[in-house]
Structure formats: C-alpha cells, structure tokens
Design a protein around this ligand. Structure first.
Ligand code: HEC
Length: 123
C-alpha cells in the first residue's frame, strides 16, 4: 500500500516536472535538451514508472557515439537528423518502426539543429 502511494507521488511529480515551462535556452545543447523534454522523447526512450521501465525505443544515453556506427558512410550528425526527420529510413534492428512522424514540421530549424547537437553530446 505504501509502495503504491510512493509510486503515485513519484509519477505525479515526474508529470509536474515535465510540464513546468522554462525560458528557451540560447546555447544549442541546452536548448536541445529542452526540445527533447518538450517533445516527450523520454516517454519512449527512457524507462520510467509510466512505461513500467520497459521503454519501446532504444536508450539514448550514448547515442552520440552509437550514431557513428549505425550506417556506414553516414556521419553521426546526419544519422541523428534523419532519425528524427525521416524515422523510417533506418529502423534499429529489434525495435518497432514507431518513432513519431512529422517532427520535422513541428520543430523550427533552430530547434531541430539544437536537438541534434544535444543527441550528439550524449557520448
Ligand atoms: C512513440 C515512441 C517514440 C517517441 C515519442 C520517440 N521515439 Fe525515437 N525511437 C522510437 C523507436 C521504437 C525507435 C527504434 C526504431 C527506429 O529506429 O525507428 C527509435 C529510434 C530513435 C533513434 C535512433 C536510435 C539508435 O539507437 O540508432 C533516435 C536518435 C531517436 N529515436 C530519437 C528520438 C527523439 C529525439 C525523440 C523526441 C523528439 C524521439 N526519438 C521520440 C520510439 C520513439
């Protein structure tokens, strides 16, 4: 019973934290981190109570390094940009093709660049 109450409190504070708005950062990596949060990327890429610690997508903790190895001849930056703007172009083996579509239309050019810079920084 106590565990359930604690879980509910944790979940509620996680939701509250993700809803709190902050002014847009000017530094690209910091801005990219904000975009990542605003677009709820973590809901599929990080384990949490909300997905029972079984995220549907691969974890991105080292994606800046991993991205370099995904497709021969494609730079990490290009791979990451394409992962967001054209997710069906390459589907990570073992995962469903369920990255959201249309992100490129929802994000400004600056925010997309910042998001890529943030992902690249996760080495
Ligand atoms: C609805 C769930 C979902 C959401 C939301 C989501 N993703 Fe994904 N993502 C996936 C899945 C599943 C994959 C693996 C399949 C594939 O490659 O498309 C993936 C793959 C990726 C990859 C490639 C990872 C690798 O190891 O090569 C990147 C980068 C990525 N997502 C970034 C993002 C970013 C940034 C956001 C937020 C703007 C986001 N994703 C939102 C489900 C999601």
């Amino acid at each position: 019973m106590r565990k359930a109450a604690l879980a509910a409190i944790l979940a509620a504070s996680a939701v509250a934290a993700s809803c709190a708005s902050e002014p847009p950062a000017t530094e690209p990596v910091a801005r990219g981190r904000q975009v990542y949060r605003e677009q709820s990327c973590a809901s599929c890429h990080e384990g949490s109570l909300l997905n029972f610690f079984r995220p549907v997508g691969p974890e991105l903790g080292h994606i800046g390094t991993v991205a370099d190895t995904r497709r021969p001849g494609v730079t990490a930056a290009d791979y990451l940009r394409q992962s967001v703007t054209d997710p069906g172009a390459f589907v990570v083996p073992g995962y469903p093709d369920s990255m959201p579509r249309g992100l490129a239309d929802r994000l400004s050019r600056e925010d997309l660049d910042a998001l890529v810079a943030y992902l690249l920084s996760l080495r």
